[in-house]
Design a binder for this molecule. Structure first.
Ligand code: DQA
Length: 149
């Protein structure tokens, strides 16, 4: 499966920022771990991070043009207010998208309880730290290649 992983603003600071919430592993360590896991499952994976909304939107469009099988996205704070990212995800339907958050956004400040992007996804995983990305691969495996039984 060809998977595009997109990470939004400030996720490059994981391992430095709010370690009690996001953990101590660096962004680079998480990316390497995710790539190893994807490789062991036989997936082709591309992992990108941007602090810009427009760049994330361009990459979502690129996933369609380059025929990726699915997207795993952590839109960071854009989750809570970016209708532009919601529209971009809707525009590539029916490509499956899984939304991931390291932290449990529902157990945090009230502004984080709303995701405007999740309704354009097949589902959302949050609160499992970096494991969320791997659980999202499980979800894509199920949805991209549904079993017949
Ligand atoms: C986050 C949660 C968001 O609310 C926050 O703005 C982030 C990270 C997470 O992975 O838990 O930047 O998406």
């Amino acid at each position: 499966m060809k998977i595009l992983v997109l990470n939004g603003p400030n996720l490059n600071m994981v391992g430095i920022r709010e370690r009690g919430i996001y953990g101590v592993k660096t962004y680079e360590e998480i990316v390497q771990w995710m790539k190893d896991e994807a490789g062991s499952r036989g997936h082709e994976i591309e992992v990108r991070q941007s602090n810009s909304e427009g760049e994330l939107i361009d990459w979502i469009h690129e996933a369609y043009l380059k025929a990726y099988d699915g997207i795993i996205i952590n839109p960071g704070a854009y989750t809570h207010y970016s209708y532009a990212i919601f529209d971009a995800l809707k525009s590539i339907a029916p490509m499956p998208v899984v939304e991931v958050h390291l932290s449990n956004i529902h157990a945090r400040e009230s502004f984080r309880h709303t995701s405007v992007t999740a309704p354009a996804c097949i589902g959302q995983l949050c609160g499992f730290g970096e494991w969320g990305y791997v659980l999202a691969m499980d979800a894509l495996e199920k949805f991209v290649r549904p079993s017949i039984d």
